[in-house]
Design a protein around this ligand. Structure first.
Ligand code: SAM
Length: 407
């Protein structure tokens, strides 16, 4: 059937427009704002290959060119710090993700002074009654008995903290195993050097020399970490590993399954995996407050402000949109361009230019929403077997304890 309709990628190549522009056309056609005949297949809509559609597409492309030639296009060049903070590979990913998905990866905000933003934000949350941090601490506290049972026959317990943040949520758990004289190694795995430095500083402040912090820079979406634990399997004493993935880190990823798969492939048979997440409720759908307590009148929220500022997008060029998308089941924070824009990125071999139309949207942050069943299925689909789950009484946060499925 492929010959009767254009794939979105084919349209993008043929007409030299982004896939996002193709989606915009399809959305407009669905809403009756554009005269394109669509073909529905597996719940998705595509543009039919008809003479009238091809004429409409030619007209759209011509209008677009005329519009862009009217000198209304604003040029954007990222700040120098953009080139200092991110590696060439990361900068290249920014270009590719902007081009393919019209989005900027939110994990880029934890770099450099962005790590301090997160630290301040978590410190503010720690003073609130019901927040990501206070609820995670509560849920972890309620789980220690179960963890003691699971690790009863072991001499030592290692804690591996993936996406360590400022290490505040794990403080109580470290204390617990220190007190029972079972604490082995504490390892922080994070994409950001600066975040690891903040965590290291905190561990030193809280525990002096009694806890050694091992830090590893790694992208959990694609880098396994099993080798970090290998030396302990060879020791005579029996060492358990508790691997933490707290604070809903993967909810911000484009494809969270990538991280879950990498983690499950890094674990051995008896390793224990703890995952916490916000749950989908009316309340969590409507909450999107990222201020660090200050009242600065910024248009984009501070949590995504770091990469946003480095990209150097003038505030006259966009409107902020934030909310909950019922269809995708995600909260989002994005901008809608109020002018056509060209972004210029310099690389050693030459310049990469991205074109955006007026009305194009760029996503800067997302949080996938999950019900308890979705959480269970995510674990199950990625090779985990869930042993235990706790929710806060208000049903807004969940903590799960799993091991690898053994079949
Ligand atoms: C939402 S914070 C959670 C921090 C902490 N676990 C908590 O619960 O407060 C996300 C953390 O994961 C890190 N991170 C984000 N993306 C990552 C990735 N792809 N690989 C490794 N770490 C990542 C960030 O630098 C940050 O420290």
């Amino acid at each position: 059937m492929a010959e009767h309709y254009f794939s979105n990628r084919e349209l993008s190549y043929t007409y030299h427009v982004s896939v996002a522009t193709v989606y915009n056309w399809i959305e407009s056609a669905k809403n009756g704002k554009l005269d394109l005949e669509l073909y529905k297949h597996n719940g998705r809509s595509y543009v039919r290959k008809t003479a009238s559609n091809i004429a409409t597409l030619d007209r759209l492309v011509k209008e677009r060119k005329k519009y862009r030639n009217r000198k209304t296009v604003k040029e954007i060049t990222p700040r120098d710090e953009f080139f200092d903070v991110y590696s060439e590979g990361q900068r290249y990913d920014v270009v590719v993700n902007l081009e393919k998905y019209r989005e900027v990866d939110c994990e880029l905000n934890y770099f450099d002074s962005g790590a301090d933003n997160w630290d301040k934000y978590v410190k503010r949350l720690a003073t609130e009654d019901s927040s990501n941090i206070t609820e995670t601490l509560k849920l972890l506290g309620m789980s220690t008995e179960f963890l003691d049972e699971l690790t009863r026959d072991y001499d030592k317990v290692n804690i591996v903290d993936i996406g360590v943040g400022n290490a505040m949520p794990v403080r109580g758990l470290i204390e617990h195993f220190l007190e029972s004289e079972k604490l082995g190694r504490y390892m922080g795995l994070d994409i950001s050097r600066e975040m690891l430095d903040i965590a290291k500083r905190n561990i030193k402040e809280w525990f002096g020399g009694s806890v050694q912090f091992e830090d590893y820079i790694l992208d959990i979406k694609r880098e396994r970490f099993g080798q970090l634990l290998a030396e302990d399997y060879l020791k005579e004493e029996r060492v358990a590993n508790i691997v933490l993935f707290l604070g809903g880190t993967s909810n911000n990823f484009r494809n969270p399954d990538e991280a879950f798969r990498t983690i499950s492939e890094s674990l051995r048979k008896d390793d224990i995996f703890i995952y916490t997440s916000k749950l989908d409720t009316d309340n969590t759908r409507s909450s999107i407050d990222f201020s660090a307590g200050d009242t600065s009148n910024t248009l984009m929220d501070p949590i995504v402000r770091f990469v946003f500022d480095l990209l150097n997008i003038d505030e006259k060029l966009y409107e902020v949109e934030k909310g909950y998308d019922e269809e995708l089941k995600q909260r989002y924070l994005r901008i809608r361009l109020t002018s056509a824009v060209t972004m210029n990125f310099e690389f050693d071999p030459g310049k990469q230019v991205l074109e955006f139309d007026k009305g194009d949207r760029i996503l800067f942050w997302r949080a996938w929403h999950m019900t308890p069943k979705d959480v269970y299925e995510r674990l199950e689909n990625n090779g985990f077997y869930m042993l235990n789950a706790n929710q806060t009484p208000d049903r807004q946060y969940v903590l799960t304890i799993s091991q690898i499925r053994q079949d």
